[in-house]
Design a protein around this ligand. Structure first.
Ligand SMILES: [Zn+2]
Length: 229
């Protein structure tokens, strides 16, 4: 899956590089993870089909559970990180308005960190019993380059919605998808998704992104675990 992810970046870079040249080849954060997540999805579905063909339900459940874990890390956890980052740079605790950013002490950073991860995991969770759990923000190097982490959640959900549009579009999808990758940094995300009839400004787009990926997998995992038990 990691290999598929990085090959996705490679393919994206080659296609956009050939079409746009070195200056405009780089995709913006909003869709620079599209080809990589797409590669993961394709590989995951290939493996799921294989496990179904063999009839190995335990392997299938393990596969789906690990993908659910990945998906939670890419989407939910990164949104938690993004909340920490927004607080760090001046957003108030209710996420309603920006205030002037100020320099925080380590204790304040720890407090904001624990607050945002409790919103994410709930009050109880083994994550809080880790040694130095309040300092864990320090190991995430993305925070050195502010406002990058949202791209993971954005990209994952965008790609889930894009992937789910494939059956409706049919054979044309492949060429449309390759054109999307060829756009490099020349289009914004609205223009880019228009041919697929997808609109990231609507709430439905994001809810669908959660339901078609994570939602479907959770349902499948529940059914499977009942069958095995
Ligand atoms: Zn990546």
């Amino acid at each position: 899956m990691i290999f598929a992810h990085e090959v996705g970046h490679g393919v994206h870079g080659i296609l956009s590089g050939q079409a746009q040249g070195p200056i405009m080849a780089g995709a913006p954060i909003t869709y620079c993870e599209t080809a990589s997540v797409f590669g993961e999805m394709t590989t995951f579905n290939f493996l799921v089909d294989k496990a179904k063909k063999i009839g190995d339900k335990k392997a299938l459940l393990a596969l789906i559970m690990s993908k659910i874990d990945d998906n939670l890390n890419t989407t939910v956890r990164q949104i938690g990180f993004s909340n920490f980052e927004r607080r760090l740079h001046g957003m108030d605790a209710a996420y309603s308005k920006w205030e002037d950013p100020k320099k925080h002490s380590v204790e304040e950073l720890n407090q904001i960190w624990l607050g945002t991860i409790k919103e994410l995991y709930g009050q109880d969770g083994e994550v809080f019993t880790y040694e130095n759990a309040d300092h864990l923000w320090a190991y995430i190097s993305h925070f050195h380059k502010p406002f990058y982490v949202y791209g993971y959640a954005f990209g994952e959900l965008l790609t889930q919605s894009l992937y789910a549009s494939r059956p409706g579009i049919g054979e044309k999808f492949e060429e449309m998808y390759l054109d999307l990758l060829r756009a490099g940094g020349t289009k914004d995300v609205f223009e880019l998704l228009k041919p697929f009839n997808l609109n990231p400004a609507s709430e439905k787009f994001w809810v669908d992104g959660i339901n078609v990926g994570l939602g479907k997998m959770i349902e499948e995992a529940e059914e499977l675990s009942e069958e095995i038990a």
